[in-house]
Design a binder for this molecule. Structure first.
Ligand SMILES: CC(C)(COP(=O)(O)OP(=O)(O)OC[C@H]1O[C@@H](n2cnc3c(N)ncnc32)[C@H](O)[C@@H]1OP(=O)(O)O)[C@@H](O)C(=O)NCCC(=O)NCCS
Length: 172
């Protein structure tokens, strides 16, 4: 496959934008690739495997929104947006390691923010939040803060002893 990658003027040598990565809604045929992309999720989030199965079904049934970042051959990024009672939850944002630092996470999050108003419950007033295992926070902090999220809560031992949870919120 020929890749139309362009070097980003802002970035150093590791930063390039792969213009062939397309962001699109999840289709049933993408399920195996999404599951395989998120195979390590249960390491940080106990019970994530069953949770993911349910959530992806919700997405296909129109109860939640999953967007994938796809190359011609594979799924390399994913987001899941879930309406809750008073806010919209960004349930997952994940980019395959070899595609990181190419602005793909930023593109996916911008798409989430674009979609959020359509997926928000009536009383959400534009609020979006995300819960993150504390060991992953360092990877997500810059991305989330650049899009207006701030750290709003911390729960000790949420995912087991010594495995804490951080909540980041973006007000509408
Ligand atoms: C967080 C994540 C989505 C970022 O994806 P990405 O494609 O690398 O993001 P971008 O290239 O758009 O970078 C966005 C910003 O984050 C910064 N960043 C990216 N990775 C980082 C890291 N590991 N540490 C610190 N900052 C980082 C970038 O420098 C950039 O900031 P800048 O524009 O000020 O330079 C990706 O690292 C990831 O998927 N991590 C795992 C997340 C996870 O476990 N999700 C499941 C639970 S929600």
């Amino acid at each position: 496959m020929q890749t139309a990658a362009t070097w980003d003027r802002r970035g150093a040598s590791r930063a390039f934008v792969d213009t062939n990565v397309v962001i699109q809604p999840l289709a049933a045929a993408d399920l195996p690739a999404v599951r395989s992309l998120l195979v390590d999720l249960p390491v940080a989030y106990p019970g994530a495997e069953a949770w993911l199965r349910r959530r992806l079904q919700d997405c296909l049934a129109g109860r939640a929104r999953c967007m994938i970042a796809a190359t011609a051959d594979d799924v390399v990024g994913v987001t899941i947006l879930t309406p809750k009672s008073l806010a919209t939850k960004l349930s997952t944002i994940y980019v395959r390691p070899d595609f990181r630092r190419t602005h793909l996470g930023s593109r996916l999050l911008d798409q989430v923010l674009q979609d959020a108003s359509r997926w928000a419950p009536r009383d959400a007033q534009g609020e979006i939040y995300v819960t993150i295992a504390h060991q992953t926070w360092g990877q997500l902090e810059r991305l989330l803060s650049s899009r207006g999220f701030t750290r709003t809560a911390f729960e000790s031992n949420r995912y087991g002893r010594g495995r804490h949870e951080i909540v980041a919120t973006r007000l509408g």
